[in-house]
Write a protein that binds this ligand. Structure first.
Ligand code: NAG
Length: 421
């Protein structure tokens, strides 16, 4: 599922209101949160935290982590999404679109509700909204995803027990959403996770909150294994001191996406002539999306290259837009990789920075034994001219999002084993 936050709209309401009405959004001055930010910059940052990851690109379509929340803590599996910055869990309140059994839902307590004068509430909302009328009003949220899905609920603060790199166990109170109305887009079945871990670049991102209280640097990274699983970390202790290539984050600082570019598309060592691509790194997207021009160029070059090779169109396989079959069903991308050339995204704003996409980083083998192209046309799903690097193309790499230095870096990595701490 592609999850790219387009906007967050604050709605007033009450948590046990099933039929909610839209009231003017609550808002308190943004400067309050700015003040919190400035005050905390002087803190020193202690440590890092690491989490094992579950999931795969195919057939599941997402990677998730188990995070503990609350006191006593309960475990929630959350879809790792660097394409949005807001974390939410399914809420044990009258809930529409909750997919988990009731004992696996988050039960909000009255004293965990965030009120609308809390700086965190302001940080959730776009500037220019009316101030909240009653400071005791709760702070609601709505997050919309690029695939037309959405979550609506109330903002909560609760403990997140964490074991840090330096050996300490802590349980800071962090803000997140208790989602009591989830909508899933028609083309996708509801995710089986209890919620979304929004790690996009924004003030409400959990890592940004940990930074504001001096616990970790505002740096995060993931290593998603092509064999499934992997690991996720907050802070910079797990970032290797060498081997990573870095490219500046070029999106506007207020943009929640991690984008970089311009990049040039190279196929099998030869330039395709497609240049000026802005790439968004989005772990919430299973596949990679190119704009129409880059997509067409890629498809044409791959098809031309398959001439004379023992692969035929497999239009009957609806797993993805373009699939091919062989004489016998394939078991893994390893069986076909010799028929496909590597793709490279060459970032022209930094020297020698390339994102290598081996056949494993853009192909899947389906349960029918066909091989399908894991690069899709973003235009067809409403992404316009955006390009997204999804999970498929980030597999077996450590990808680091450094919000302190505003840069993204990656390096080939073995994601099957957690690094030692
Ligand atoms: C580990 O880091 C945390 C966060 O900075 C700090 O509060 C704690 O005192 C540190 N523990 C040790 C043992 O240094």
């Amino acid at each position: 599922m592609t999850k790219t936050t387009q906007r967050m709209k604050a709605l007033m309401g009450f948590i046990f209101l099933v039929l909610f009405a839209t009231f003017p959004a609550c808002f308190s001055q943004d400067s309050q949160f700015a003040h919190v930010l400035t005050k905390s910059t002087s803190n020193r940052f202690g440590s890092s935290a690491i989490f094992p990851v579950q999931g795969n690109v195919y057939p599941l379509g997402y990677y998730s982590v188990h995070l503990k929340i609350g006191n006593p803590p309960k475990v929630y599996d959350l879809d790792i999404d660097t394409g949005s910055d807001f974390t939410w869990v399914q809420c044990d309140a009258p809930c529409t679109g909750c997919t988990k059994p009731r004992d696996l839902l988050y039960k909000p307590k009255q004293n965990n509700l965030v009120n609308c004068v809390d700086p965190v509430c302001a940080a959730m909302h776009l500037p220019g909204k009316p101030k909240c009328k009653d400071p005791k009003e709760q702070c609601d949220y709505q997050v919309n995803y690029a695939d037309q899905g959405s979550s609506l609920g109330v903002i909560i603060k609760d403990n997140f027990p964490l074991r840090l790199f330096n050996g300490s166990n802590i349980a800071p109170r962090l803000a997140f959403g208790c989602g009591y109305n989830q909508k899933y887009s028609g083309s996708h079945s509801p995710p089986s996770t209890a919620g979304v871990l929004g790690l996009g670049n924004g003030k409400v991102n959990i890592v940004s909150q940990l930074r504001n209280i001096g616990i970790t640097k505002n740096v995060l990274g993931h290593c998603l294994s092509g064999r499934g699983g992997g690991f996720l970390f907050f802070g910079d202790d797990y970032v290797p001191s060498s081997g990573i290539v870095w490219t500046p984050i070029t999106s506007n600082p207020t943009d929640k996406h991690y984008s970089s570019g311009p990049a040039e598309l190279v196929f099998g060592g030869t330039s395709t002539g497609v240049k000026g691509l802005t790439m968004i790194f989005d772990s919430g997207s299973s596949y990679t999306y190119f704009n129409s021009q880059a997509y067409q160029a890629t498809v044409n070059l791959i098809k031309k290259d398959l001439n004379g090779k023992p692969l035929k169109d497999a239009a009957e396989d609806k797993s993805l837009s373009i699939c091919w079959k062989g004489k016998k069903p394939f078991k893994s991308v390893g069986d076909v990789k010799n028929y496909f050339k590597p793709l490279v995204l060459s970032f022209t704003n930094a020297k020698n920075v390339q994102l290598q996409l081996s056949p494993e980083a853009y192909l899947i083998v389906t349960r029918h034994g066909n091989v399908c192209l894991g690069i899709l046309n973003g235009h067809e799903v409403g992404l316009g001219n955006l390009n997204l690097i999804g999970d498929i193309s980030m597999q077996d790499k450590m990808v680091v999002y450094d919000n302190e230095k505003r840069q993204i870096g990656w390096a080939p990595a073995n994601c099957d084993r957690l690094p030692k701490s």
